[in-house]
Design a protein around this ligand. Structure first.
Ligand code: HEM
Length: 179
């Protein structure tokens, strides 16, 4: 995974719990990278899971909740770091529809080694979007948070229903209905 995923995660933890917790997570986690991340570097995605697992032990919050909170935080960071992708559309559904065939395509051009999920998006009606997430990294809770962050960025609200199409969480269907 790209370093930005790690630097933003550590920043979020620092914002919410203070640097002391970041420091103890890094020293206790025995990470191959040593916990030193640069935004353009690439690191094993297992390190993210290690950090979130440890964070869950320390905060008593379940891992899926933490990944979702982190997804919401990450979307806000994308609106700053990748502003043009967000500004070229005027609604959450337009952005969600452009993630796979535009945004992540551009991300891949910038970082050929980026590890990106596969999305199949359909819009059965004006207020209804479905997103089928597929990734061996099984980060659908992170995707859930990114979808929520996207809706909130555009001042929209929706009911999001998430259903595993494969038990291990590698294929997940999101049903998003605007309210
Ligand atoms: C401006 C908007 C966005 C930008 C710039 C962006 C960019 C990125 C980048 C840089 C990564 C890290 C790749 C790596 O670590 O190798 C990533 C991963 C990911 N993105 Fe996006 N993304 C955006 C929006 C979204 C949205 C709205 C969703 C959800 C619907 C999404 C779903 C994901 C997921 C789930 C991953 C984790 C990798 C995986 O599950 O396999 N992204 N994205």
């Amino acid at each position: 995974m790209k370093g930005i995923v790690f630097t933003e995660l550590l920043e979020m933890i620092e914002d919410q719990y203070g640097y002391g917790l970041v420091d103890s997570l890094l020293t206790e986690s025995n990470l191959p990278s040593g916990g030193v991340y640069t935004a353009i570097g690439t690191y094993d995605h297992a390190e993210m899971i290690t950090l979130v697992d440890k964070l869950s032990l320390k905060t008593q919050l379940p891992v899926p909740d933490l990944l979702r909170i982190y997804g919401r935080y990450m979307f806000r960071s994308f609106t700053r770091g990748y502003r043009p992708f967000v500004d070229r559309v005027d609604s959450a559904f337009a952005l969600l529809q452009s993630v796979h065939h535009h945004v992540h395509v551009e991300v891949r051009k910038l970082y050929p080694d980026a590890e990106l999920p596969h999305f199949t998006v359909e819009q059965p009606s004006e207020n209804h979007l479905t997103m089928r997430y597929e990734s061996e990294r099984k980060l659908s809770d992170f995707a859930h948070g990114l979808i929520e962050g996207c809706l909130s960025h555009f001042g929209e609200t929706a009911t999001i229903t998430k259903r595993n199409l494969v038990d291990d969480g590698s294929i997940v269907l999101f049903d998003i209905v605007k309210t």
